[in-house]
Design a binder for this molecule. Sequence first.
Ligand SMILES: Nc1ncnc2c1ncn2[C@@H]1O[C@H](COP(=O)(O)OP(=O)(O)OP(=O)(O)O)[C@@H](O)[C@H]1O
Length: 493
Amino acid sequence: MEKAQSQDAALASSDTASSLKISWLRICERLKNEVGDVEYRMWIQRITLGPLDEDEITLYLPERFLRDWVRGQYGQRLQTLWREESHTVQHVELRVDKKAQRSSNAEREASSSTPKTTPFDPDIQTLVKEDIAALDRETTTTLPSSVNEVRNDLAVPLDRRFTFDNFVVGKPNEFAYACAGRVADHPASPGFNPLFLYGGVGLGKTHLMHAIGLKLMSRGNISVAYMSAEKFMYRFIASMQSKSQMEFKEQLRSVDVLMIDDLQFLIGKNSTQEEFFHTFNALVDAGRQIIVSADKSPSDLSGLEDRLRTRLGCGMVADIHATTFELRISILEAKAKASGTPVPPKVLEYLAHKITTNVRELEGALNRLIAHADLVGRPVTLESTQDVLKDMLKAHERRVTIDEIQRKVAEHFNIRLTDMSSARRARAVARPRQIAMYLAKQLTSRSLPEIGRKFGNRDHTTVMHAVSRVSELMEQDPGLAESVELLRHMLEG
Ligand SMILES: Nc1ncnc2c1ncn2[C@@H]1O[C@H](COP(=O)(O)OP(=O)(O)OP(=O)(O)O)[C@@H](O)[C@H]1O
């Protein structure tokens, strides 16, 4: 009796499974007629039918990017079609399952009444899919839920705060600043097209690009399009998807100035790169200005096609170097002044010493201090700074290297840097060397053998001896103790 019941249940569930499959095949057919062959093969065909749980059917896609896209484009339609096909299914859930793709596609093809689709030609659609897969592997951002989000606006508005006037100029960025100014005054002049700005994170590349755009636009009658390379890719794919490639190309080719930020994003996205290459050529040939930013110089952007790298390096290439202490102070002074909240010079110096990598973080720290002071109604002081920025400063604790220690100690005692690793044993050389070893032990996490290697391949026992000898001497000789402490202070910034 029990056996018969379970056989019935199994039969019923296999019935449900096969009727679901039939419904799904019919839905696929309908969608194919609605969206056309290319769209169908690019998106719908990659869906795999999953289980039914109560009134919810699960459909799988092999990549998150595809899932987001299908959800944005076809989510509603899939739901409606399912409801029409089956009384049981009320909801459609789209999930990612990397393994789920091929088998059921093959099954669907085999049982489909339509002629089997031929494998993709290595045409642009396929290539674009590779870009999507590359994006899916590396990105944490999700695709806009609707293609319309990216289709409607060609470019991103410029940030009105990023003007030339608000950009603080110092040695590390003066060349890039001058080039940007020149392009803003005389776009597309020989030798400056394209303008390629590169440098580390948060050093002002975007700021300069916006400044150029704002200045050009203030003169009226010049069309400027600014977008990140990521946005360029989304728009490109969206245009393929909505069959509006021509419109996309025409829009881009009609601008006077095209600015693409963070070009390194196109590494590994070969068809987007190709599209960008054609846009680039068309614009430069038509005498329009291109401005590009990236984290590396064109020659170092390995992963970009050679022909693109060569063309990118053909105009003016300007590097924004890491900030100096002086520039950081000037930036902080300017930003503090603009805020209207008094910030003591000691605090500015402290911040400029502690946050050395990137202007965005420096600015963030200052803003936090000012906001805190406003909120509690007390002035900014060194103490409040240390307290408010505790977590941030901890992350910026300087990592001292052995090379730096050797350099500073050699400078301080006026000996040659090479003597740090030489075999000379004269006291005038040997003592500073021992001090450097001592500081290396105190200020870095290097082991004794590692330190020994850095000092002319000396044995770890030599380093050990140096460390205890310097500790001893510091107790006996206040002059030497003071020198060592001064060096430590300088190295720790
Ligand atoms: N020289 C400067 N003077 C004034 N503000 C600056 C300067 N350099 C950078 N900034 C500010 O620092 C912040 C980060 O700059 P920006 O976004 O231009 O950096 P980026 O080089 O484009 O960084 P990413 O590599 O992250 O794209 C911005 O708020 C910008 O205004």
